[in-house]
Design a protein around this ligand. Structure first.
Ligand code: KG4
Ligand code: ZN
Length: 338
């Protein structure tokens, strides 16, 4: 077997443009990253205090091909020697998804490679397996990102049972909105997480649905309560507000997670999505897993946020599909759908 046919069986190109990160990566079946690049758009969206969808699509159009070129060069693999291309088909912003899909379709034609539409949420779950970490099944997944907050039970790698999800704002969205109220810079979650380290949880913010015997969440009431508090107490220290807010979020997330661990008895807890980068959440999860005697599997901080490496790794779950579906962008794609 010559070296080019060897590499042909081993690497896929992943493309991620579902929201405000433009990303490409070349990854092998076991999660080893051959090349990766992500470009964030914080500077573009910061003046608007949140993501401006049309500007996100335009930035993806500008950046996606240079990033792919870079990644292919760094990987030192000829495009035709790749096994396949995988691209996020949802959930996400429709304009952003379309840029990634159109680019991937063009490259798949030009390079004569099979193309697969990947579920971004399944990509987040795979993010923990980049750099050789493994999930032991059955597993409980807590997915906490800017668009989602959910708990799912995975008896094995193929099957995902959704246990519960947020009924309104996601936890990441609440972090971002509270950061804006406190005048902190984007990315808001990161800024709140940092401020919270310097503060004390002296304010008792509500923890919606914490005592309900189900796996659903709600964060919009907490967010509104923080907004009212800031309005009524303009002198209160930012770091104490941030810390009290973070404690309310994490207590709620961990209470529901503990309930699911006790009911479903998984072997591991997997926490993924942008908010999994939170130091406080990581610390709280470690304590819960020690008490419940199960493994805690966390992605590297850089892979908890949106990136194409996790999409490339998830692409391997689709490779070889004898009936690959046409790639239809799906802004509301749910976690249970391939
Ligand atoms: O997974 P992600 O990159 O994008 C989506 O799929 O939504 O998650 C982005 C979210 C944002 O709400 C961001 O504020 C939050 O993750 N985030 C954090 C941290 N870093 C990013 N939240 C808490 N602590 C962090 N260190
Ligand atoms: Zn994401």
């Amino acid at each position: 077997m010559n070296s080019s046919s060897k590499s042909k069986t081993e690497f896929v190109l992943g493309i991620e443009t579902s929201c405000d990160d433009t990303s490409a990566a070349v990854v092998d079946r076991s999660g080893i990253i051959r090349a990766h690049k992500t470009l964030s758009q914080y500077d573009i969206h910061a003046p608007y205090g949140g993501i401006y969808p049309e500007l996100a699509s335009r930035a993806h159009i500008k950046k996606i091909m240079p990033i792919i070129d870079d990644v292919i060069k760094k990987s030192a693999i000829k495009p035709m020697d790749l096994t396949a291309i995988g691209v996020t088909r949802g959930p996400g912003l429709i304009g952003s998804l379309l840029v990634g899909i159109a680019t991937a379709e063009a490259l798949s034609l030009a390079w004569n490679l099979p193309l697969y539409g990947v579920n971004h949420l399944r990509g987040h779950i795979r993010s923990v397996e980049l750099d050789n970490k493994t999930i032991t099944f059955p597993a409980l997944v807590l997915l906490v990102s800017g668009g989602h907050t959910l708990l799912a039970y995975l008896p094995n790698r193929q099957r995902i049972d959704l246990l519960g999800a947020t009924r309104d704002d996601s936890v990441g969205e609440a972090y971002d909105k509270v950061a804006r109220m406190l005048g902190l810079p984007m990315p808001g979650g990161q800024a709140i997480d940092k401020q919270a380290c310097f503060g004390q949880a002296i304010y008792d913010f509500p923890k919606p649905m914490i005592n309900k015997n189900n796996y659903d969440f709600s964060f919009s009431g907490l967010k509104s309560s923080v907004a009212r508090f800031i309005n009524d107490n303009p002198q209160a220290a930012k770091e104490n507000i941030a810390c009290s807010f973070v404690v309310a979020c994490i207590d709620t997330l961990m209470q529901k997670t503990r309930l699911a661990i006790q009911s479903y008895k998984p072997h591991s807890l997997v926490i993924v999505g942008g908010v999994a980068a939170s130091k406080q959440l990581r610390h709280a999860a470690k304590i819960v897993c020690q008490k419940e005697n199960i493994a805690l599997v966390l992605p590297d901080i850089q892979w908890s946020r949106d990136n194409a490496a996790m999409i490339a790794l998830a692409t391997w779950d689709y490779v070889g599909d004898v009936n690959p579906k046409p790639i239809v962008p799906c802004p509301n794609l749910d976690i249970c759908t391939y």
